[in-house]
Design a protein around this ligand. Structure first.
Ligand code: C5P
Length: 336
């Protein structure tokens, strides 16, 4: 159990975005979720969450930056804290009764509903920060059960490094970080909001007319398995970038996202021509990515894309102008 005096100050956590380097859908599960095989990396692009015990009253979540129009029952930070409160029980360093009410401040930098896992990462950070603020250290299984209860991507963020993610998201195998200097990652997020649940539903619908196999493309599964194996052996940024072409098409959800947002593939082709390198989709989209050998190279590309968007040379879908970021994977994993 941690020292209760540590509860005096706010607990601060960075909540990184994620990138799916691969995303294979391996089948439909009896619980209605989809089985996945996905290599995911956390990114330096992050939200910042600070949690402090509140004097009294109700839990508050004050969000700074980003557009926040989610209803309270969809607020993953609130859900994460309520779930963690139930998991830790009614006895702790605070005395008896439920764990104390918290005041949360969330600084958003990760685009919302963008395939970058921002909400899930905020939730993982909230579970972690709440437990520290309460001065409790539950078993890892209790943490994991709380994470899964909040959302499929949350366990990945609790693990804190690159990982192979399977099951509906709860089976997280940590992978070594990319060896040597980190690659640069260009992220272009069109001003569209894509619901993950709708994308999975569209994925099922696309299969309803095909052979009776609820899984995605076997080639994507193979790419995902191959990448995980290469990372286990120590893959460098240069070699990862060499694989951009095959990774950019290794996302089973991209076709389903395109059904919901038909202008997205056109923009993706435009971006591919503009950058002269493969462009992939992260998760259920709409964020598009390209890999570079260094952060400097990704930053140069981000400046060119931002300029082309501002001049109208690169026409995006959606009402709002896309957000453009250059970032790198966070180190982590077993060789951290
Ligand atoms: O778990 P989470 O609430 O983040 O998932 C949102 C929706 O995405 C689920 O309700 C489900 O429809 C779909 N989903 C899925 N299979 C997964 C993850 C999510 O079908 N592995």
């Amino acid at each position: 159990m941690t020292d209760p005096s540590r509860r005096l100050g706010p607990v601060v956590r960075l909540a990184p975005a994620k990138l799916n380097l691969t995303l294979a859908v391996v089948g439909r599960r009896p619980d209605g979720y989809h089985g996945l095989h996905s290599v995911m990396v956390p990114l330096a692009l992050a939200d910042r969450l600070s949690v402090a015990p509140a004097a009294a009253g109700e839990e508050t979540v004050h969000v700074v930056g980003g557009v926040v129009d989610w209803p309270p029952d969809r607020d993953l930070v609130r859900r994460a804290i309520s779930t963690a409160r139930i998991a830790v029980g009614r006895l702790g360093p605070w005395g008896s009764g439920p764990a104390p009410v918290l005041a949360v401040r969330l600084e958003k930098r990760i685009p919302i509903a963008a395939g970058l896992g921002g909400g899930s990462s905020d939730a993982a950070a909230a579970i972690d920060a709440a437990l520290e603020a309460w001065g409790v250290e539950p078993d890892p299984e209790v943490r994991l059960a709380s994470a899964v209860a909040v959302g499929s991507d949350v366990p990945f963020f609790l693990a804190g490094g690159p990982a192979l993610v399977e099951g509906r998201g709860e089976a997280v195998e940590p992978l070594p970080a990319i060896a040597g200097g980190p690659p640069g990652i260009l992220l272009v997020t069109p001003g569209l909001r894509v619901s993950t649940a709708s994308v999975f539903a569209a994925f099922d619908e696309l299969r309803a007319f095909g052979p009776p196999v609820p899984a995605g493309d076997p080639a994507i599964r193979l790419t995902s398995e191959h990448l995980a194996a290469e990372l286990r052996q120590g893959l460098t940024a240069i070699r990862l970038v060499d694989r951009s072409g095959v990774l950019a098409v290794a996302n089973d959800l991209a076709a389903a996202t395109a059904v919901l947002e038909p202008a997205l593939p056109t923009f993706r082709r435009r971006l591919f021509r503009f950058l002269g390198r493969p462009v992939g989709q992260s998760g259920s989209g709409p964020t598009l990515w390209a890999l570079y050998p260094s952060l400097d190279a990704a930053e140069a590309a981000a400046a060119l894309v931002a300029d082309a968007l501002a001049r109208g040379d690169l026409e995006p879908p959606g009402a709002d102008r896309p957000t453009v970021h250059a970032t790198t994977p966070l180190p982590g994993g077993p060789d951290r």
